[in-house]
Design a protein around this ligand. Structure first.
Ligand code: AN7
Length: 345
C-alpha cells in the first residue's frame, strides 16, 4: 500500500502538527531491471527508477505534495507555477485534491498533449504565454512575489524536500546507493534533490550524471541558452533556476553534465519501451541515451557498476512523440479470416 510521501518520510520532511497529510499515493515507485541495456553499458546492473508510476505520471508529485501541504498549512487559497507540462499536471491534481485554485503558465505550443489534458481535467486555469519556460518562470516568480499566491515551482524549497525521497527509496530497495545515478536535467531541481537525499542518508554517495538535450544544454556550455529547442519538451529549458545547487551537487559527487542529441534521445526512448518494457516520455530517455553514449566512447567506463537511471515521466504524457517515433500503422483490413492471417504473416 502506498502511504504517500508525507506519511512515509515524515521524519525527513519539514512537517509540523498542523501540516495536512495530503496524498494521492505518490512515491514507492519501482526499480525495474534493464538487462539488455546493462549489457551494452558494460555495467553489472542497470535499474530504471520508474517515476512515471506516480499518481500524475511524473516525479513532480513527490515535491508537489509537500509544497501544497505546506502552502495550505500557511493558509494559501491558490497556487501558481510555470511549467513545461509535468509541474502543471501535478500542481493541478494536488490543488484539486486540496480544494484550492491552481494557475499555470505554459509556453506556447510546446506542451505535450497528455500533460495539457491533465491540467485541463483537474480544472486549472491555464495561461499560454508567448515565450519559453524561462520567461514564464520569471513572470510567475514576480507575480507570486507581488500577490502572495503560493509559488509551487522547484524554487519553492519544499519541492526539493519532497523529491529527495526518491533517493531514500533507491537506497532502501537496493540496500545500498548506486555507483552512478543518471537523470535528465531541465530546471535542475531534481538533481539537487537527489543529491540532498543521498547526503542526508550519510552513507556512500553515487556519482551524478546529468543529461541535457543538445539544443537546451546550458549546464554543459556554462551559459544560458536564449532559445532552447528539443523534442524532449519537458527539458526545453535554457536558464535553470537551480543552476548553482545543481553544479555544486555534480561537483561534490565527482560527476558531470553532458548533452545528448534528439536522435540519441529517441533511440534510447525506443529501446526502453521495446526492450525493457518501460514506456517513458522522451526527456526521461535522455539519461539512458547519455549512458549509452559514454559507454560507446569508453567501453570499460561502467565495468562492475550498479547504475540507476531515473525515468522521470510516463510515455503516455506525450502520445504524439510516441506515434511519430514508431512505424506507421498499416491500412485497415477487411473483416475476413484469410486477410487477417495474411496481415500477420
Ligand atoms: C519528465 O514540468 O520543468 O531538472 O515545468 O518533466 O528538476 O527541472 C519539468 C521537468 C525531467 C527536469 N524529466 O527536471 C516542468 C518541468 C521530466 C520533466 C525534468 C522535467 P528538473
Amino acid at each position: 500500500m502506498r502511504r504517500g510521501v508525507l506519511a512515509r518520510w515524515a521524519a525527513h520532511l519539514p512537517l509540523t502538527a498542523r501540516t495536512p497529510l495530503l496524498s494521492l499515493g505518490e512515491g514507492d515507485t519501482p526499480l525495474v531491471p534493464a538487462p539488455t541495456l546493462a549489457r551494452d553499458l558494460g555495467c553489472s546492473e542497470l535499474w530504471l527508477k520508474c517515476e512515471g508510476q506516480n499518481p500524475t505520471g511524473s516525479f513532480k508529485d513527490r515535491g508537489m505534495v509537500v509544497a501544497l501541504a505546506k502552502a495550505i498549512e500557511a493558509g494559501a487559497k491558490s497556487a501558481v507555477c510555470a511549467s513545461t507540462g509535468n509541474t502543471s499536471a501535478s500542481a493541478a491534481a494536488y490543488c484539486a485534491a486540496a480544494g484550492i485554485a491552481c494557475n499555470v503558465v505554459v509556453p506556447e505550443g510546446k506542451i505535450a498533449l497528455g500533460k495539457l489534458a491533465q491540467a485541463l481535467a483537474h480544472g486549472a486555469r491555464i495561461v499560454v504565454l508567448r515565450g519559453n519556460f524561462d520567461t514564464a518562470l520569471q513572470r510567475v516568480r514576480e507575480l507570486a512575489g507581488r500577490t502572495g499566491i503560493a509559488l509551487v515551482n522547484s524554487v519553492n524549497p519544499h519541492r526539493i524536500e519532497g523529491q529527495k525521497t526518491a533517493a531514500f527509496e533507491i537506497v532502501e530497495t537496493l540496500d545500498r546507493a548506486p555507483d552512478t545515478l543518471a537523470l535528465p536535467v531541465g530546471n535542475a531541481g531534481n538533481i539537487t534533490a537527489y543529491w540532498r537525499g543521498f547526503v542526508e542518508l550519510g552513507g556512500r554517495r553515487p556519482v551524478l550524471l546529468g543529461f541535457q538535450a543538445a539544443g537546451a544544454a546550458p549546464l554543459v556550455s556554462g551559459k544560458p541558452v536564449a532559445n532552447p529547442e528539443t523534442i524532449a519538451t519537458a527539458i526545453r529549458i535554457g536558464n535553470p533556476a537551480s543552476w548553482k545547487l545543481a553544479v555544486a551537487a555534480q561537483q561534490e559527487s565527482g560527476g558531470m553534465f553532458a548533452a545528448v542529441t534528439d536522435d540519441e534521445i529517441l533511440a534510447a526512448y525506443r529501446r526502453l519501451s521495446s526492450e525493457a518494457g518501460v514506456f517513458c516520455e522522451p526527456a526521461s530517455a535522455a539519461p539512458v541515451a547519455g549512458l549509452l553514449k559514454l559507454a560507446r566512447a569508453e567501453p570499460k567506463r561502467f565495468a562492475g557498476q550498479v547504475i540507476v537511471a531515473v525515468l522521470t515521466g510516463h510515455g503516455l504524457k506525450d502520445p504524439q512523440a510516441a506515434i511519430a517515433a514508431a512505424p506507421a500503422l498499416g491500412a485497415p483490413i477487411d473483416d475476413d479470416p484469410a486477410a487477417l492471417e495474411a496481415a500477420l504473416k
